[in-house]
Design a protein around this ligand. Structure first.
Ligand code: SF4
Length: 281
């Protein structure tokens, strides 16, 4: 843990070199920042419900998510990490310190449902799975599968583009010890619901990373009135469940062990295992 730069309170972005405060104020030029200073800020669970329902485009939803402050514990944590709690190796970088919006093709037929941003990953870079070991693993696999134009994800503005896939998450703020509370998951869920509702007309499949992503995808589908098999399909690596939308379309939910270091370093999840699941999407 290291302190922020005391002289200016602003640090250079690792790609553009532009100086930013941490957390990054909306609409100040951060690569990929979907918000502006005028973007409405959700300050409570009812605000999230109301604003998510009003979002009419993926970009608009991304903007609303990226300035949300509805969970006091997570807001305090994400901003503390971004200021006085940075990892020493990133102490000279600005930290996004805001919720991570979805990333990728807004019209994608495939969604990846992750858990939550990492404190020194997406909470630093402002982009899903970017700047940590989990992301290194995931984006290399997406590149091998043809969903990404490059195998690396270092920072927003590094040229990474996704094709035919979009990465969303059950919770959009980095939680202490990677564990959001039940209430925080519930507060954040309308953002995911809206994401699914807007994606539904062209959605073919979803990939849940880990059991929390699996449960979040099923819960969102149920809230949206999709038909989900009973008993509830069990998560496992390679598991699959057919969800039927109100318009009668079938969306297949696939499960994969999460790309966390805990799984990839121990060999619980191998490149071959992940490639195999990605090939089914
Ligand atoms: S976890 Fe979700 S609902 Fe809570 S503050 Fe972050 S974006 Fe908002």
């Amino acid at each position: 843990m290291a302190a922020r730069t005391p002289a200016t309170g602003r640090d250079p972005h690792p790609v553009t070199g532009e100086l930013f405060e941490s957390p990054v104020p909306p609409g100040t030029g951060w690569p990929g920042d979907p918000a502006t200073p005028a973007t409405p800020v959700a300050g409570s669970a009812p605000d999230v419900v109301r604003l998510a329902a009003a979002a009419s485009s993926a970009t608009g939803l991304d903007a609303l998510v990226s300035v949300c402050r509805a969970c006091p514990r997570l807001v305090e944590w994400r901003e503390r990490v971004a200021t006085t709690g940075r990892r020493a190796s990133f102490a000279d970088q600005p930290y996004w310190g805001r919720p991570a919006p979805s990333f990728g093709d807004p019209d994608a037929p495939v969604l990846v449902v992750g858990l939550a941003p990492a404190a020194n990953g997406a909470n630093r870079t402002g982009r899903m799975f970017t700047g940590d070991r989990s992301g290194d693993w995931l984006y290399a696999a997406l590149f091998r599968a043809g969903f990404a134009n490059q195998p690396t994800a270092v920072a927003a503005g590094d040229g990474l583009e996704l094709r035919g896939i979009r990465i969303v998450a059950a919770v959009r703020c980095a939680p202490p010890e990677n564990k959001p509370s039940t209430a925080e998951k519930a507060t954040c869920s309308p953002w995911l619901d809206r994401e699914l509702a807007m994606s539904e007309p062209g959605l073919r499949s979803m990939l849940a990373l880990g059991s929390i992503g699996w449960d979040a995808a099923i819960a969102a589908a149920r809230r949206l009135g999709w038909s989900v098999p009973r008993p509830k399909p069990r998560f496992g690596h390679g598991a699959a469940a057919e969800l039927t939308t109100p318009s009668g379309r079938v969306v297949v939910l696939h499960g994969s062990y999460h790309v966390s270091q805990q799984n990839t370093f121990t060999g619980k999840l191998t490149e071959e295992m992940l490639d195999e699941v990605l090939a089914r999407l």
